[in-house]
Design a protein around this ligand. Sequence first.
Ligand SMILES: [Zn+2]
Length: 317
Amino acid sequence: MQNCRAHPTIAPANTIANAIAVDTPVRAADLNPPPPIIDIGVNLAHDSFDADREAVIERAFGVGVTRMLITGSSLASTRAALELVRQRPLQLRCTAGVHPHHADDLQPAQFAELAELAQLPQCLAVGECGLDYYRNFAPRQAQLDAFRRQLELAVQVGKPVFLHERDAHADFRAVLGEFHGKLAGGVAHCFTGTHQQAQSYLELGLYLGITGWICDERRGVHLREVVRHIPAERLLIETDAPYLLPRDLRPRPSSRRNEPRYLPHVLQAVAAARGDTSAELAHITSANAQRLFGWHAGTALSAQPDRVELTDRRIPE
Ligand SMILES: [Zn+2]
């Protein structure tokens, strides 16, 4: 997996607004009707969306991205994500977590608040959490501690984990191994690793989230082979917007900001690499997201249990 924050260059909101009218349509939008798909990783609370967040959401709906799971990567972004979910309880949910870059921030008071937020019905997973030894913005021991605490939290609340790993595969695998059989599932988000790494995550029962990284003609080529060997029932798709704009959109968008409306493009790239049809893969990945996160279409928050039954969701040992 690569760090979604490896690509922080996001156009200012004012230039983004100007770019919208002339932007390219997504090819999958030509499918009629577009298959409903779920973006399982979108940083909708990011400030690059402050100027036009509603329009971003509407554009995603317009190409069949009917539901979005908003990534919480700090306490602040988790709170902001929860507020967005309250505004659109049918189409949005969020995760609650602290990214390894912010591991130092997870002091006891912050952890107590995170534990409260993670129990809310709007929150479907604990994370984004994990290890990032590429940037090492936080000391490794702090990352390991924050990661373990969030995995423990996920076990306590009986919700799956939304995982981030970069250049830390061995430690990441070892820590997850400590929790094997206890977690209510999880996804290795923005997976960009090798075939062997994919297999080791699959053995742990994880799903693998594929982003527009696969569209990258320089760094994503190996991933097109790797995804051929991932069982369809373990695949999820995500944009990680505003990061990781697919590099092969034509004509090129004038903004480098990614949006959830490009999820059909990611879907098509994954389907093409695997020899699946987009419609098939849309159906399978949506079913996977519903199963992992316990999020069924048309479910209003009031109809959801506050707690997920842990016994129904455990990965078999
Ligand atoms: Zn990430």
